[in-house]
Design a protein around this ligand. Structure first.
Ligand code: DON
Length: 328
């Protein structure tokens, strides 16, 4: 494992855990400790995703974690400069893009309730007349893609370009091998899109929408880039370049959705054990934030049974434990 840990002894945010006296967090030491402890832990049944075969070609012992404070300081350990497939993490950024364009009309198309079901389930679509429970399950994300397809000149690239803008690297790319693999094995997502269409809840042709959806999921980014792209969520809607991305109110709402829906049917356990708004992807990445403080991205490809990174969840739990924080 390569190590890109930032070794500067800069103090982090203050901890009030030592007898009421404020002391700075030593984030380099905390992240190093998380990495060391994880290396000794066995994640039993956790497996790399192989229902998109290209994802299974990644070495499954990769690990990276990047923390970005709202004041611009950044700390990283592990493979933080190796791109990974962002998969469903893209759904947060697609939602933000669609919200900026549609405003509150967006909430006519998708609801804001946790699904309690697998991310790629079809059952609720049928039961709930084609209105997806939330924008992070596949049905909701496909509908959000449809809204983007109606409003942007190049929907296949608009989420990737937005991410490039947010993280300050306009060169970020769509991994074509992952895209082709998703496309070839995309029957379930096509089934979801056709079911939405059958309820009259998809405005554009199914193939156009699923292509844009597969492409946004196939964006490859590093942990460092992802922590930068997500920083606005911790910073009342203001990005790393100081530009507004969302209003503070809309930003708070995205965080509420991440807290209640971002980890799918694992969201309750995650709120209990980690306690922050977060979003996972089957590439093994998870982003999370503490409002007003920092964004964090962790990457470890082996997934638990709900499709969330097993070591990633434990890493975030260790981090929050070390700094004595949660949003609660
Ligand atoms: O549509 C899919 O199944 C994938 N492209 C994305 C799913 C995903 O990342 C779920 N997250 N944990």
């Amino acid at each position: 494992m390569t190590n890109h840990q930032t070794r500067c002894p800069a103090p982090g945010f203050l901890s009030r855990t030592r007898g009421g006296i404020d002391v700075p967090h030593d984030f380099p030491a905390i992240l190093g400790d998380v990495q060391d402890r994880l290396a000794r832990q066995d994640f039993g049944d956790a497996r790399i995703a192989d229902y998109i075969p290209a994802l299974a070609t990644v070495p499954d012992d990769r690990f990276a974690m990047t923390l970005r404070l709202v004041d611009g300081r950044e700390y990283a350990v592990g493979d933080a400069d190796i791109p990974f497939s962002i998969q469903s993490i893209s759904k947060v950024f697609a939602l933000v893009l669609a919200l900026r364009s549609c405003g509150d009309d967006l909430w006519q198309a998708v609801r804001r309730e946790p699904s309690g079901s697998a991310f790629n389930s079809l059952i609720q679509i049928e039961q709930e007349d084609g209105i997806p429970r939330n924008p992070f399950i596949n049905a909701g994300a496909i509908r959000v893609c449809d809204l983007i397809a109606s409003r942007f000149a190049n929907p296949d690239r608009s989420v990737a370009e937005f991410l490039g803008q947010l993280c300050g690297n306009r060169e970020i790319r769509i991994d074509n091998e992952v895209y082709l693999s998703e496309d070839e094995h995309g029957n379930r997502n096509r089934a979801i899109a056709y079911l939405l269409k059958s309820f009259g809840k998809l405005d554009n042709p199914v193939e156009d929408v699923v292509r844009a959806y597969f492409k946004q999921c196939s964006v490859a980014m590093t942990c460092r880039e992802m922590a930068r792209a997500a920083l606005f969520l911790a910073n009342r809607g203001t990005g790393t370049d100081g530009e507004p991305v969302l209003s503070p109110l809309e930003n708070a709402r995205i965080n509420a959705l991440m807290l209640t829906c971002g980890m799918y049917d694992g969201v309750g356990d995650f709120a209990f054990s980690v306690g922050i708004p977060a979003k996972s992807g089957v590439g093994g990445g998870i982003i999370g934030i503490i409002p007003g403080e920092f964004s964090v991205c962790v990457w470890s490809p082996k997934l638990d049974q709900r499709g969330n990174s097993a070591a990633g969840i434990t890493a975030l739990e260790m981090l929050m434990g070390a700094i004595g924080r949660s949003v609660f």
